[in-house]
Design a protein around this ligand. Sequence first.
Ligand SMILES: Cc1ncc(COP(=O)(O)O)c(CN[C@@H]2CONC2=O)c1O
Length: 482
Amino acid sequence: MAPQVTVDSINARVIECQYAVRGEIVILAQKLRQEIQAKPEAYPFQEILYCNIGNPQSLGQKSITFFREVLALCDHPAILAKSETQALFSADSIERARKILDQIPGRATGAYSHSQGIKGLRDTIAAAIEARDGFPADPNDIFMTDGASPAVHMMMQLLIRSEKDGILCPIPQYPLYSASIALHGGTLVPYYLDEATGWGLEVSELKKQLQEAKSNGITVRALVVINPGNPTGQVLAEENQKAIVEFCKEEGLVLLADEVYQENVYVPEKKFHSFKKVARSMGYGEKDIHLVSFQSVSKGYYGECGKRGGYMEVTGFGADVREHIYKLASVNLCSNITGQILASLVMSPPKVGDKSYESYIAERDGILSSLARRAKTLEDAFNKLEGITCNKAEGAMYLFPRINLPKKAIKAAEEVKTAPDLFYCRRLLNETGIVFVPGSGFGQVPGTWHFRCTILPQEEKIPAIVTRLTDFHKRFMDEFRD
Ligand SMILES: Cc1ncc(COP(=O)(O)O)c(CN[C@@H]2CONC2=O)c1O
């Protein structure tokens, strides 16, 4: 029999799905890295500078000591019985590990847990949400997942019945959303963030897109908001959030609040407010709005992407719907226990007076202040380049500069059947080793071109990135200037 599985015979939705963060430009970078290793003398640079993915620890960021001590002790409880442990681990790490192990059936991190996650850890997370927001949180509303990604997939799986169901998504958006909507056979209904107002989210734009979708026979089920924004880095003003909550309530839309960057706010004039807090402060409770809030251990100051931890807080759904969400979670049995423990730790870190508090705060603030400096340095560098404008990164981990490409460059891109921003990023990669993701991978106003750069390379590497980029950009513009 000839091979039966061909591209023509696999699920068309898989073919339609795109995920640029690890797409073409990154695959090229990996090939280039191998070529450099094989023939270093053939290249003007020896190192690929990955600025494509929000993966802090792959670029040298250290993990948080207290979190790792607790994880180590939980994963190998025999250490707790050893006399030397007292000298190697802080007293509060030992105490926290013992408390967590007592919450795990069989005190075994190798066992399956409840499909929503270990109850005691959900108690901790719910208490932390209450302390953060000042409003009650129910541990039974928490579904712990292997990062925020599977939680997003679960909600898309629940809400999308056919291509007639639409999900309102920001443009530019983090392509998990467009990919998940495609995989589940739904329709992405775009709403454009306004670059001129620092990526503002106007409710008038939401209403316009909702009406247009309805006129095309699309039933819009939910609204995705990413706050702080990826790739755009804006932090929503509380008044804006109130208008968004009102819109979702009025239109009966599920509010999918992606808050994985809630700890990443760099500007003093902005503060993170959860959509749960905003909705409750407006007097809207369980019966008024469907709200799902996503959190992850991959971002913040912890950057524990590889540990795959996170949760969604699911509120406002009836018990009958909740049963089906639980059933979806149970199909995957449970999320990994390390990720669950870590999710409870990032939501409930050392407090004032705890033995580890001083060292924890020093690590946390050291990372966040460095991220803020890197964001500013790169933003300033981009704004000095000919034809490039870059909004401030108020939060998150990215900058998303706009590049006004000369017509000659756009023509050259068309001649090689490449999107102009990918053309620029490919030339940048081949000439400098710097990996940006083209704006096409996130969506942008037609006719505008952007690229996304993370603020994650360690501070000592930033000057080299700025120098290589600046020199390249000048050569590129000299070659293609109209
Ligand atoms: C807005 C947003 N939501 C969810 C996720 C998924 O996170 P986890 O599944 O790891 O919890 C990411 C990851 N950020 C991607 C990954 O790195 N760069 C990005 O843009 C994200 O940026």
